[in-house]
Design a protein around this ligand. Structure first.
Ligand SMILES: [Zn+2]
Length: 231
């Protein structure tokens, strides 16, 4: 594929006390073990709930308290059914494409897609926006499917670089074209609320492939999302 740009307004990436702050990605597949789906979702909720209760107990929390009693199960359900739902390929959005009847061959840009993900190094939220674009080949998609693809890959423990690549690769696959761009601008709670505690720092990642490697096309995309072309 193509270049991957990353710049951050903080010194997030020079803060290398430990691997967790480096946020390096290793290949575009989320690392899963071979038995990742041996348990069904209900069984996972049961087990995670059990283990999360242990964590709370070790922290000294009284699980018989009314307010805390339901937390292990709430967290387990949130992990399996919501914020990590995109680990399971069964939940991948089914994207139907249509004939590009009007022979539209210019950019299609879906911008300001709300992005919510989770940092895999700290299990802390990542939130921001994604902008995606493609140039139709023979096929076009319903626009909301672009949002759904972003959402599916965001709902995993992630590093932003890998998330960007996974979205780009899936767009290329479903649209049958190399010509895609993905731009993500997101804030990481692991940078804001712990560690260096830099509020307001955000991380930008971008993937340009096919015709988006061409300066004019890239410029048109960046202009549309309100970003200047890098010098
Ligand atoms: Zn992190």
């Amino acid at each position: 594929m193509s270049e991957l740009l990353l710049h951050s307004s903080s010194d997030h990436h020079s803060d290398i006390d430990h691997f967790g702050d480096m946020h390096l990605s290793s290949g575009s597949d989320t690392p899963l073990h071979p038995d990742a789906f041996a348990l069904n979702d209900d069984e996972k909720v049961e087990r995670i709930s059990h283990h999360f209760a242990k964590i709370m107990d070790l922290l000294g929390l009284d699980l018989s308290d009314d307010s805390l009693r339901g937390t292990p199960r709430r967290v387990a359900k949130m992990y399996v059914n919501e914020i990590f739902r995109g680990l399971n390929p069964a939940h991948k959005p089914v994207v139907t494409t249509f004939d590009n009847k009007y022979q539209y061959r210019k950019l299609v840009i879906e911008r300001n897609i709300p992005l919510q993900s989770t940092c895999e190094h700290h299990f802390q939220p990542i939130f921001g926006v994604a902008h995606v674009a493609y140039i139709p080949n023979g096929r076009v998609v319903g626009l909301s499917k672009l949002n759904r693809i972003v959402d599916f890959f965001a709902r995993r423990p992630q590093v932003q670089e890998r998330l960007t690549m996974q979205i780009a690769e899936e767009l290329q696959r479903v649209l049958g074209t190399d010509d895609v761009a993905v731009y993500i601008d997101a804030k990481h709670m692991c940078v804001q609320a712990r560690g260096i505690e830099h509020h307001g720092a955000s991380t930008i990642t971008a993937e340009y492939a096919g015709k988006f490697l061409n300066d004019n096309t890239k410029r048109e995309f960046l202009h549309a999302i309100g970003m200047p072309m890098p010098a």
